[in-house]
Ligand binder design. Structure first.
Ligand SMILES: [Zn+2]
Length: 263
């Protein structure tokens, strides 16, 4: 049995309209043609996973200059990472006693700009950066052509990085399996971590909020493929039932209470 510990790092808050996350949550009706919109806070986190075979960084958060002109203005208008400047990756890791040099491998759940913004810390190093093949293809296509998705920002990932490209699921270490969960993006990765009788499912942006995990889809702008998303969700539900797993969601504030002291 792998003696694994998972530490959750609070990397700040994105503020956005809830309609992005819960498709059609606020709609005009005949009796209420001008309903109030909901504008709420979303948690940005990353993980450090201490495993006997290596110390893994799971995602890197947003670039600290996100609100300072680094993110394209229309993107920041829609998804305002209001405190990115207070959450430099190296500082946040350092506060918990980790240095960038302690990281043996990075796993990128996907390459959206609230996850890939700290990759620059690994530029020019030989630290392996795990990514799914369909994710890196789609990120480059999105970043370098006018097709794909606007949520990929090449300055985050178009760097001298030691990419380790995986296809399908991938057994990273003992009791630490990467799961290909297409839907939110083509190459989204989650994970299953086993520790004796305990199992953690890293669901990530497959479900931003608990409501998404229960089946309420995100809006089209956050869903590359709705049917693939449903299939990935079914698969996760099955794994959760099979292992009575704990479930770590992508941007739900409740994750702080649930996993803030680690897993
Ligand atoms: Zn995200």
């Amino acid at each position: 049995m792998a003696d694994v510990d998972v530490h959750l790092f609070d990397r700040g808050r994105i503020e956005a309209d809830v309609n992005f996350v819960l498709d059609g949550s606020t709609v005009a009706t005949a009796s209420n043609p001008n309903p109030d919109l909901r504008y709420e806070e979303f948690l940005v986190w990353n993980l450090v996973i201490d495993h006997p075979e290596g110390t893994v960084l799971w995602d890197t958060g947003s670039h600290p200059d996100a609100g300072d002109g680094y993110w394209p203005a229309p993107l920041y208008e829609a998804f305002a990472h209001v405190d990115a400047a207070d959450h430099d990756l190296a500082d946040d890791l350092g506060a918990a006693g980790y240095g960038i040099e302690d990281i043996d491998a990075v796993v990128m759940s996907h390459l959206h700009l609230d996850h890939a913004g700290g990759l620059y810390h690994f530029a020019g190093t030989d630290t392996p950066i795990y990514v799914h093949e369909r994710e890196i293809e789609f990120a480059y296509r999105s970043g370098k052509t006018d097709t794909g998705s606007v949520a990929y920002f090449p300055p985050d990932f178009d760097r001298e990085l030691n990419w380790e490209v995986v296809s399908g699921d991938h057994q990273l270490y003992e009791d630490f399996r990467l799961l290909h969960l297409p839907g939110h993006t083509p190459g989204l990765l989650g994970a299953q971590l086993d520790r004796g009788d305990d199992t953690l499912l890293v669901v990530g942006d497959e479900a931003y909020w608990q409501e998404n995990y229960q089946g309420h889809s995100m809006a089209a702008s956050l869903l590359w493929d709705n049917q693939a998303w449903r299939a990935s969700l079914d698969r996760l539900h099955q794994l959760e039932r099979e292992h009575d797993a704990d479930v770590l969601l992508g941007h739900d504030m409740a994750m702080l209470d649930q996993f803030g002291d680690g897993w």
